[in-house]
Ligand binder design. Sequence first.
Ligand SMILES: [Fe+2]
Ligand SMILES: [Fe+2]
Length: 265
Amino acid sequence: MQQHRPLPDVTVLSDHAEVPGLGFLPVNTFVVHAAEPVVVDTGLSTPGKDFVAELASVIDPADVRWIWITHPDRDHTGGLWSLLEAAPQAKLVTTFLGVGIMSCEWEVPMHRVHLLNPGQRLDVGDRQLVALRPPLFDSPSTTGFYDDRSGALFSSDCFGGPMPSPEVAESGDARAAGDTLRDTQLLWASVDSPWVHHVDEAAYRATVDPLRALDPSAILSTHLPPAVGMNGQLLDTAAAAPSVPPFVGPDQQALEALLATFEPA
Ligand SMILES: [Fe+2]
Ligand SMILES: [Fe+2]
């Protein structure tokens, strides 16, 4: 896991998950060094991960005041339970549906929850975090936000893409993906948000346009290395998502063909 500081008051802990056949998906956690520190998403819980120990190299976990889970998919909640224990003052920011989904897996401590809907704001002492639903998402609970002090947009799954290598996935700069960036983002858009192929294109693009007006200082996706000064490129790519061929995953025949390549001669 690598650490980077894309903005003076934002640290990213960069991890990745290998997606066979597609590449290496960045899995980021962000720390917003606000007056009341915020952790955005909590990484993977695959064997060998110790989220709280990794986080401790950036901030004393006991100082964390807010844990913003952009949606409760498992690549966002890996360290959530251990962090709630290590950060007794912290509240878990999610939605009503987010609590409902997490409640299928564990008893969510309701006195630790802070419900926030798109359009609402969270005051973290020296700034307001404005909750929003990004254009592309794969959960009814997805809530990103705009940090009105750093100017960063935290976009959850939106703008993500599997990278060509673990090094690029953890590079700390989306430019490291080079010419592959647009194609991999469009692929991920279709994988993660297949509904985008069935919506009115103009209505969809109307959800991208407000981000142009926002003109964030950085686009910080959970599944992309930090993107600073790349708004035009990334928003044009997101706007094109409905027009690419829908992703179809490998079927059983393809799986068997792949497995056959591993069999000894
Ligand atoms: Fe997701
Ligand atoms: Fe995700």
